[in-house]
Design a protein around this ligand. Structure first.
Ligand code: NAD
Length: 476
């Protein structure tokens, strides 16, 4: 069955509104289908990869400053469409409008930031006998696979460094959130040469088709650890390079000298922004016994002020979860906690909308360390608050995880907090803040949270291969 959609894939610079069928996209605040998008066929995937391959020689040969200029123009085109893109993002993802605007603007800002980075040639040896330099050259075609929690920003974490270093790309958004990405892709038409950025969409089966495809040189994947393992396995057959940005179970450690009343709102949003659907959301909050009662009280008082609802409504601080599987998963964790007899410190009561995937903010009071809600990545608005007796114990518990993505340390004595940070096994540790990311700093996971990094110089390196040129001097 072929049917035309308002939303089109971008293949070789052309709008492609028909696939092998269509897939529905649901507004998580209402549970209603809001659009249908093309379901990319295997032949269309081949065409997108062939287009990216054909565009590669000219794009990679372009002067770096010309590539930068085109990408900055793309960033400006996105910025100019902030309001409609943000509205669409709220409708398909669920986050409140102000958060959606932040994501659109952050995505454009990230692209501009990446364009300021450089990978100059490195001189290894410069003697009378020999000149040896190492250049970083682009890999070719990058297959980018993105989840549904920050569809635009996470796509841009890949588009920026891949394209500025001279690669071309085939990008696949999550089947839950393809709409804003398809609109963003349309904005690149006429700015980027045809075939440099191709965006396809469809069901999950497209992911494995990309990772197995011999025409793709590198996979840049963001998503769950379970899928990351499959991506790495599938990429092995063709020895593709992989960057894997995976799940996390971030701890926050509140030290005894922390000003808990002051930091309570920051800790609340660290755990609950985007309903906890952030890879680097605080998912376990470790609090020293001496400040535990005061912090609990401050968190509950703050939680009462946050309104849950449709993200397009004024004054809403938290929207719905993004999709039914995630909604079911978070409710399953809550039921498990209830069945285990955990103490529920706070459950947002009252006006939880009847339709859509809404789960009220829930704080769980000191559940056992081995509880599922502590050990698993909840990716939802449920936070276990855990008491610790001494800092050694808090560090050990924070590190006792298969994950190692992020962590935050909170205390008045910055140096003492930094000493704790230096012992944390995670890709990023924040002190007295959290979730701050920058295009100029590397970001990635330890242990099962990922392989490789995004951001900063190291993030650029991931999209290149080193080529060392060794020149013997004629005079030698
Ligand atoms: P997911 O792994 O289910 O899906 C991610 C993407 O992979 C989607 O586009 C999906 O269609 C695709 N996919 C599914 N099966 C595939 C396969 N076999 N091969 C290739 N691609 C496949 O993840 P999700 O539920 O969309 O996202 C939530 C997860 O992502 C959480 O675990 C979260 O922590 C993680 N995440 C990590 C980061 C980070 O930077 N480390 C950022 C955001 C989200």
């Amino acid at each position: 069955m072929n049917s035309e959609s308002d939303y089109a894939m971008l293949i070789d610079g052309k709008r492609v509104a028909t696939g092998q069928g269509t897939c529905g996209v649901t507004n998580p605040a209402t549970g209603e289908e809001i659009a249908r998008v093309p379901d990319c066929s295997d032949e269309q995937l081949d065409e997108a990869i062939a287009a990216a391959r054909a565009a590669f020689p000219a794009w990679s040969a372009l002067d770096l400053n010309e590539r930068r200029a085109r990408l900055v123009a793309f960033a400006e085109a996105i910025l100019a469409q902030t309001a409609p893109l943000a509205r669409l993002l709220t409708q398909e993802q669920g986050k409140p409008l102000h958060e959606a605007e932040r994501e659109v603007m952050g995505c454009a800002g990230w692209l501009k930031g990446v364009c300021a980075l450089d990978l100059p040639e490195e001189v290894n040896e410069d003697t009378e006998t020999r000149l040896s330099v190492t250049q970083r050259v682009p890999l070719g075609v990058v297959g980018a696979i993105v989840p549904w929690n920050f569809p635009l920003l996470l796509a841009m974490f890949k588009i920026g460094p891949a394209l500025v270093t001279g690669n071309t790309m085939v990008l696949k958004p999550s089947p839950f959130t393809p709409l804003t990405t398809l609109r963003m892709a349309e904005l690149s038409r006429g700015i980027l040469p045809d075939g440099v950025l191709n965006v396809i969409c469809g069901e999950d089966r497209l992911g494995p088709a990309m990772t197995a495809h011999p025409g793709v040189d590198k996979i840049s994947f963001t998503g769950s650890t379970a899928t990351g393992r499959r991506v790495m396995g599938s990429s092995a057959a063709t020895l593709k390079r992989v960057t894997l940005e995976l799940g996390g179970n971030d701890a926050a450690i509140v030290l005894p000298d922390a000003d808990v009343e002051r930091i309570a709102p920051d800790l609340f949003w660290a755990a609950f922004r985007n309903n906890g659907q952030i890879c680097i959301a605080t998912k376990r909050l470790y609090v020293h016994r001496s400040v535990y009662p005061r912090l609990k009280e401050a968190l509950v008082a703050y939680a009462r002020t946050v309104r849950l609802g449709d993200g397009t409504e004024q004054g809403v601080g938290l929207g719905p979860l993004n999709n039914k599987p995630q909604f079911d998963r978070v409710r399953d964790l809550l039921e498990d906690s209830r069945a285990q007899g955990h103490s529920f410190l706070f459950e947002a009561a009252g006006d939880v909308p009847a339709n859509g995937y809404f789960v009220p903010v829930t704080l769980i009071d000191n559940p056992p360390e081995e509880a599922r809600i502590v050990q698993e990545e909840q990716f939802g608005p449920v936070l276990p608050i855990l008491v610790y007796e001494d800092v050694e114990e808090a560090i050990a518990r924070a590190n006792a995880s298969e994950y190692g993505l992020g962590c935050s340390i909170w205390g008045s004595d910055e140096e003492a907090a930094a000493a704790v940070a230096a012992r944390i096994q995670s890709g990023t540790v924040w002190i007295n803040e959290t979730q701050y990311l920058s295009p100029f700093a590397s970001f990635g996971g330890w242990k099962q949270s990922g392989v490789g990094t995004e951001g900063g110089r190291e993030g650029l390196v991931e999209y290149t291969v080193p080529r060392t040129i060794v020149r013997r001097r004629a005079s030698a």
